[in-house]
Write a protein that binds this ligand. Structure first.
Ligand SMILES: NC(=O)c1ccc[n+]([C@@H]2O[C@H](COP(=O)([O-])OP(=O)(O)OC[C@H]3O[C@@H](n4cnc5c(N)ncnc54)[C@H](O)[C@@H]3O)[C@@H](O)[C@H]2O)c1
Length: 346
């Protein structure tokens, strides 16, 4: 990876990627206005920025905006499964942005790409999950002294950073983008609400109408997922550990109960808590045949894979569909899992 100017899957995909980026741009009028202003004012002239975000057409338009403002930008993926290879190719070829991202990249490549972005010596970083900041406080601490400030997009990233701040080890200021009303009120609720269900349906082809969908967590994302699942005709059960939010879910008309009970009834499970081990072996054991398990959070630690597979020592992992591996337990219960993060497979 050292000295590579970029690392994408296939530069020949650029024309397809450009169309996709310009398509997304039509729905991003505010960013387009900022881009026009930046092009005149060059507000970021000479500033080097390192970004670790979903490499999608929407992020591409953000990169175009930053470069219009005069910034030098390098981008890597915050999630190996969301990378659009065609978008990555177009960013390199058509917009001159060094991108280090390949869809489905291995854990080693994922970290190589983070290092490659830090090698560009950014003064400002942008994260979706605090991976760059984390590295700049660990293996790449020496490069942390170049950093003027950083930005963090997501709830889990902000939680990680607040923990560092409370321990007095955060070395530079970070803007918690997720705290902006325009982020969590809309992106988390409506964006994640829709895209989570879209991901489950694309991965499994399942019909949501009439299905018992169990949503773990009734925060900003969970509210959105629950409302949209209900809109698609699903019967929605919510699990929550915060009594106030559990009450809110009841008042919003959802069935609310502990996972211990919901596990036996759910047909589709979606975790959106930002917490660890929300679904564990004891829940998997109760699940019905064919249950679909998905995680919409930043990391797949929401699902306790280790104890689950210890409980099912001889379960073959089958891949019936891309990104939807199927497990068979010794009691022949079958669980299909779709995760937005591939650590279990790493
Ligand atoms: N997939 C996406 O596109 C996307 C977008 C934004 C955020 N996220 C991620 O989604 C997660 C949730 O974000 P949010 O903004 O909704 O957070 P939030 O803090 O608003 O909500 C999380 C909720 O989960 C509840 N919870 C915690 N542990 C639980 C458990 N064991 N069982 C049931 N409920 C539990 C909390 O009480 C809280 O109400 C974070 O990891 C965030 O980074 C994903």
């Amino acid at each position: 990876m050292k000295n590579k100017a970029f690392d994408v899957a296939n530069l020949n995909l650029a024309p397809q990627g450009k169309k996709r980026i310009l398509w997304a741009d039509r729905d991003m009028p505010v960013l387009a206005l900022i881009r026009q202003r930046f092009a005149k004012q060059k507000a970021l002239k000479g500033v080097r920025m390192g970004c670790c975000m979903h490499v999608t057409s929407e992020t591409a338009n953000l990169m175009r905006t930053l470069t219009a403002g005069g910034a030098g930008v390098a981008l890597c993926a915050s999630n190996p499964l969301s990378t659009q290879d065609e978008t990555a190719a177009s960013l390199v070829k058509d917009f001159g942005v060094p991108v280090f991202a390949r869809r489905g990249e291995s854990k080693k490549t994922f970290y190589d790409h983070l290092h490659a972005v830090i090698d560009t010596r950014p003064a400002i970083t942008m994260d979706d999950g605090a991976d760059l900041v984390n590295l700049l406080h660990g293996d790449r601490a020496a490069d942390g002294s170049n950093i003027v400030a950083s930005m963090e997009e997501t709830t889990t990233g902000v939680i990680r950073l607040r923990a560092m701040e409370s321990r007095g080890i955060l070395r530079f200021p970070v803007i918690a983008v997720n705290d902006a009303d325009t982020k969590h009120l809309f992106d988390n609720r409506y964006g994640t609400g829709q895209s989570t269900l879209d991901g489950v349906v694309r991965a499994t082809d399942c019909l949501l109408a009439g299905k018992r969908v169990v949503v773990a967590g009734y925060g900003w994302c969970g509210r959105g997922v629950s409302q949209r699942a209900r809109g698609a005709g699903a019967l929605v059960t919510v699990t929550e550990i915060d009594p106030l939010k559990a009450l809110e879910a009841v008042m919003d008309g959802f069935d609310v109960r502990p996972m211990e009970q919901a596990a036996a009834e759910g047909e589709v499970f979606i975790t959106v808590t930002g917490n660890k081990h929300v679904l564990r072996a004891e829940h998997f054991k109760k699940m019905r045949n064919g249950a679909v398990v998905s995680n919409s959070c930043l990391f797949d630690v929401e699902i306790e894979w280790r104890s689950t597979f210890r409980a099912w020592p001889r379960c073959p992992r089958k891949s019936a569909r891309a990104f939807a591996p199927t497990w068979t337990s010794l009691s022949s219960a079958r669980t299909r899992a779709s995760s937005c993060w591939p650590r279990a497979g790493w």
